[in-house]
Ligand binder design. Sequence first.
Ligand code: FES
Ligand code: MG
Length: 570
Amino acid sequence: MTKRRSQHWFGGHGKDAFIHRSWMKNNGLPDDAFDGRPVIGICNTFSEFTPCNAHFRGLVEHIKAGVLEAGGLPLEFPVFSCGESNLRPTAMLFRNLASMDVEESIRGNPMDGVVLMAGCDKTTPALVMGAASCDLPSIVVSGGPMLNGRFQGREIGSGTDVWKFSEDVRAGVMTEREFAQAESAMSRSPGHCMTMGTASTMASMVEALGIALPGNAAYPAVDAHRARLARMSGRRIVEMVREDLRLSAILKKEAFANAIRVNGAIGGSTNAVVHLLAIAGRIGVELTLDDWDELGRNIPTIVDLMPSGRFLMEDFCYAGGIPAVMKEIANLLDLDALTVTGRTLREELAGAMNYNPQVIRPRQQALTPHGGIAVLRGNLAPGGAIIKPSAASPELMRHRGRAVVFEDIDHYKAAVDDPTLDIDESCIMVLKNCGPKGYPGMAEVGNMALPQKLLKKGVRDMVRISDARMSGTAFGTVVLHTAPEAAIGGPFALVRGGDIIELDVDARKLHLDVTDEELERRRLEWEAPVPTMQGGYQGLYVEHVLQADRGADLDFLVGCRGHAIPRESH
Ligand code: FES
Ligand code: MG
């Protein structure tokens, strides 16, 4: 057997081994902790500024117990925690930073395998991206969703109902007092958003990719099953090290295809698009935006969860979770795909059951027969743009309208509720300069709220187009991730108020009805916006970030750099 990675630090007798072991012993580790047993790093995104992951200090103990039971040595380490609800200007700006932290922490330290503890939206892709660039045996443990929100006798969902309530307040049908009460009712236990937002989507994605144990996505954070799953993951990673079952053996093209199809079936977040593209880039799998359209086309959305549907993650858990969904669409999946269990998906799904056909519908009664993500192209988005049909209004999926243009988020905020704004429900709202470089960080502002005067008229959806992302908990006929973005002078930068835009989702078309000559004339007049921040990490980010169709990773982070033992430190 080749020498275990950690033994290059902890094995042997010289000065170097003395140093590596002696300092580790200051916490009470005995001699035999260094006898060659698998050393398991536990990558913890705990932070009290990331409330979705704030229960991880307790959860990690279950993972450690499992590692010890299987004969491994668990060693926990913190990494940058990017929490969605607090971090400005947007957590997405720091996903890549966190992934660098993860990658270098793994490679530089004496570990043989790693458990990735993620929860809130960006923490999952950040950890998987970093780990994929190292390719050690790795397993994800998600923190689990919050219990369903409950308000005034009914269930309310993270995010989704915030968007609804705030529009209700602006439309005058909900009081400020009720709005304030809903705040405490929405988030009633540890855990992440319990809608099928980005956190639950990404927890589902890692399960569908095969890099987390079955059941990972759905158990609520406070359910004893969650603690048990953490413990079993701790045991399993030790075995994975013994089997040398690394990420690259699991994260094959088939795994990504399965995940894309599952995303369609669950009505998952549009954010999964950029995250899966970025993860694929790290592990060296050729995955494109067009794969999202082709593989996800005709996948029925069968999970009736907010924001596409009615229920919440607790219901989804009791209905059978991701294994039940995968069983329901099994003939659309590659069942030979390997998972962290060492077994194939086929073997894993054998015992799966759907316990609630209201929550996980039979395919014949799909919520949307054509779920998935539609990739739109045209002169407005030569690099592509996306829309999530299951969250859109069917009557707006084919629409021609006059553009009302907001040059950036500040312009939008200043103008949207101006009573003199020339807009009606047939118009198309266009928001520029919110892409990866423009915002910076491609913030979740694409589901921009409608003008108050239209809300008061009862309008609840309009076509909106931007180079931004939207929260996975949001809904509407919202075209996102337009590439190239406005801030680098893509054609999207050249749209002007009064232009006619044509959206045809079935035809995958997004067309600006302006002649090429006129666009060329406008291009000559175009001036690049001044970056909001120079220097520091944000400066580095703006200089190196790729467009949305490449996953918005930093150009120099793409690829797997492996886990060779670095040079000795002293
Ligand atoms: Fe953390 Fe939604 S804010 S998961
Ligand atoms: Mg979110």
